[in-house]
Design a protein around this ligand. Structure first.
Ligand code: COA
Length: 696
């Protein structure tokens, strides 16, 4: 391994966070009542719209020196709300509430009563410092002050303020009203409780907070800026359209296309000059940025011809800069590997996180690419450890330790491991790699005397888990053995749960759909927030829930058989309160922290008392009526309903639980070969209602 030192400025301190899951943080401040945003350019109003849609009761003040910009912002709010109503994402009265209590002003006095002032105005340090001095002179001493800078370290922006402890950088990504990623910078003079408050606030309002160190350009813009700068430096080998074509293997939109969209050339000049001044000449922006305004390139999904040797060189350089920045970010603790991969996908539109890309290419190929890059681009960061060392992290789950009494649970005994499913882009939907990751965490700790057991929950306020990842289904359609095997693979975790000695409790923080509910029903106890719901929507997709839902409920909660008949055949929704009455859910909670506290208590109470799902044939009630329509009114496929009924009957008659499960896997395999499945999965992908009338 080449350990020649990169021209880095050293390792940053580890972030001061107690819980990886932000919703475990105890609130230390009330929710904001009045937020003021400075800057009515492109991103300020978008941040405002996100805040108002998440908290319609909020007072929002938008400040800008230019009245026309403020008027344009108001029009933009109206346009977004109109679109949301037209698409059925918002009701008219909700849209009205979102648009209420929004104020615009050219006068800083209008922000005096704000409990949070967010600046999204300028990247000029001197101007920023002046703005913040003006803000601090007007707001209360504990009002939060943040900047949306994409590059300037917090220490430089806020150092001169009287109360720097309530300041930090909160860096959003375009379009900020919809893109969930937000970098929250943990800088040395920020009060850690305020940083934690912001993480919790963002997570609670549907964002994905990513904590980063106070490095120039933080985490994700180090990737983005250098990716763009390297692309510009490559213009001696290929044109912009060719480079975007090659980049299309890794990103949804190529660097030049994005630069056009974001008018990004001056931004790269600014941010890369900053990095060059701080960390070395190899970051200096390409001179061509000074002379070009728009790039001639292709739209995402389109390509131009590129010679094979040019592809190879451009690809190596693009991957080189990506990997070089990624190892540097991990080595210097600018961000965690999981946040880096997730952030690149969610904020920047990479198809795969860079570390996952490295894993896919293998160590030898990654080492070749990095070695070549560093030799061509002297000074650029090189890996500081064996490449395998960058792969040891969970990609799709967060793991937290909950000590006795720590979040209000009244139990006694060892700590509980909390596993949080985190795939915010798909409402925490499961795939085989994710279930294997959960299983690996369980295996790592299940023989540890310091661990009482496990709780599984979902990231964010909306979903425990929206089921199996439907995006992976199309490749299985028409292939019964492959689909059957996929069910079996996804069940490795569930089969392990069946035999575990330590308790695992499902904490339903929101909707538990399809495979998500199937995971929950194999946990040894379920607890839920009152607003949680459970549903088996597969029948509305023309498929069947193959990893236990046609088997487990009839063995575990036989008294609720009629409810499960309706859930399976008509996709009926089950509320947490009803599930509690039926004995499916053991405890209800009012909020996220009490949910996890209740789940941890259940873990401790279940020690040595786990009930196994019984073997032997079981009785199930007849399917008396014919079901033609889903609870939503959708006309269903009789073929799919027939596969469900047959599997339920046969699984109930199976002599062992294991054989019953196999019937479920095979039924999923059979459903994947129907015309209904093709129609249902295609309709989901195309965001339309399926037409099972044609499929039978
Ligand atoms: N697999 C893959 N992606 C999923 C998913 C799943 N099971 N459930 C949700 N998602 C994705 C959506 O495609 C969407 O992605 P996009 O933003 O890239 O388009 C994102 O998660 C957010 O979901 P969206 O549909 O925009 O939210 P919504 O509030 O309008 O609807 C649901 C929420 C849960 C009703 C809807 O997402 C849904 O019906 N999901 C499928 C649930 C299901 O059938 N599960 C069983 C699978 S076998």
């Amino acid at each position: 391994m080449n350990t020649s030192s990169p021209a880095s400025t050293g390792v940053y301190p580890a972030p001061r966070i107690r819980f990886a899951n932000p919703l475990l943080i105890e609130s230390t401040r009330p929710m904001p009542q009045h937020i003021a945003i400075i800057g009515a350019g492109s991103i300020g109003p978008d941040i405002g719209y996100y805040l108002k849609s998440a908290l319609p009761g909020l007072k929002l003040t938008l400040i800008d020196l230019a009245q026309p910009a403020l008027e344009a912002a108001l029009k933009r709010f109206q346009g977004y709300a109109d679109k949301a109503v037209a698409r059925g994402k918002m009701k008219a009265d909700q849209a009205e509430a979102v648009l209420r209590d929004i104020h615009v002003s050219t006068d800083y006095d209008a922000l005096a009563s704000a409990d949070w002032v967010l600046e999204a105005a300028t990247e000029n340090l001197g101007l920023k410092q002046k703005i913040f001095a003006d803000v601090e002179a007007r707001v209360a001493s504990d009002a939060i002050i943040t900047s949306n800078t994409s590059s300037l370290p917090a220490a430089r922006i806020f150092a001169k303020l009287r109360h720097p402890e309530r300041t930090t950088v909160t860096h959003f990504f375009a379009p900020a009203w919809r893109n969930p990623a937000v970098e929250v910078i943990d800088w040395e003079r920020a009060d850690p409780a305020m940083v934690e408050h912001l993480r919790r606030f963002f997570c609670e309002t549907g964002k994905l907070p990513l904590v980063t160190a106070d490095a120039p350009c933080f985490m994700l813009d180090r990737i983005f800026d250098n990716w763009c700068n390297e692309s510009a430096l490559l213009l001696d080998q290929a044109n912009a359209a060719q480079i975007d074509t090659v980049a299309g293997e890794f990103v949804h939109a190529g660097p030049f296309f994005v630069l056009n969209l974001a008018h990004g050339n001056p931004i790269i000049v600014e941010t890369n000059t900053l990095q060059a001044d701080e960390e070395g000449e190899h970051y200096r922006p390409a001179t061509i940025f000074g002379s070009v305004e728009r790039w001639l390139t292709v739209a995402p999904g389109k390509s131009v011809p590129v010679e094979a040797d040019v592809v190879a060189n451009v690809r190596d350089r693009l991957l080189g800069v990506l990997f070089s920045q990624s190892v540097d970010i991990v080595d210097r603790q600018i961000g965690t590997p999981a946040d880096l991969d997730l952030g690149c996908r969610i904020a920047l539109g990479f198809r795969d996180g860079p570390l996952t890309l490295m894993r896919g290419l293998g160590e030898a190929e990654t080492a070749r690419i990095l070695g070549r890059f560093v030799s061509e681009r002297s000074g650029m960061p090189q890996q500081q450890r064996e490449l395998a060392g960058y792969q040891q992290f969970e990609r799709h789950v967060l793991v937290d330790d909950i000590g006795v009494g720590e979040i209000g649970d009244a139990g006694t005994g060892a700590k509980v491991k909390l596993i949080t499913l985190r795939r915010p882009e798909a409402l925490n939907a499961l795939h085989d790699e994710m279930t294997d990751e959960i299983l690996a965490v369980i295996r790592r700790h299940e023989n540890d005397d310091d661990v009482a057991g496990f709780v599984i929950t979902g990231y964010g306020p909306r979903a425990f888990c929206a089921g199996a990842d439907i995006g992976r289904f199309p490749s299985m359609l028409g292939d019964a053995p492959a689909a059957t095997q996929y069910s079996r693979d996804c069940s490795r975790l569930l089969v392990h749960l069946d035999a575990m000695k330590k308790p695992v409790v499902a904490a339903l923080n929101g909707m538990a759909l399809g495979g998500g509910f199937e995971l929950a029903m194999r946990c040894h106890s379920l607890v839920a927030v009152r607003a949680a719901t459970m549903q088996l929507p597969e029948v509305t997709l023309g498929i069947v829930p193959g990893i236990g839902a046609m088997v487990v409920p009839y063995r575990r909660w036989p008294a609720a058989a009629a409810t499960f008949h309706a859930m399976l055949r008509a996709g009926e929704r089950l509320t947490a309160t009803r599930a509690h009455e039926l004995g499916i859910v053991d405890a209800l909670a009012d909020d996220y922290r009490s949910l996890i506290a209740a789940a941890a208590e259940r873990v401790r109470a279940l020690a040595g008392r786990i009930k196994r799902i019984p073997d032997g044939a079981v009785e199930v009630p007849e399917f008396a009526d014919r079901v033609e329509q889903a609870a939503s009114g959708l006309k269903l496929s009789p073929t799919t309903v027939g596969i469900i009924e047959k599997a339920v009957r046969e699984a109930a008659a199976a002599p062992t639980f294991g054989e019953a499960l196999e019937i479920g896997y095979a039924a999923f395999g059979a459903s994947a070969c129907t015309a209904a499945a093709r129609e249902g999965i295609a309709a989901f992908g195309e965001r339309r209602t399926p037409d099972f009338g044609r499929t039978g």
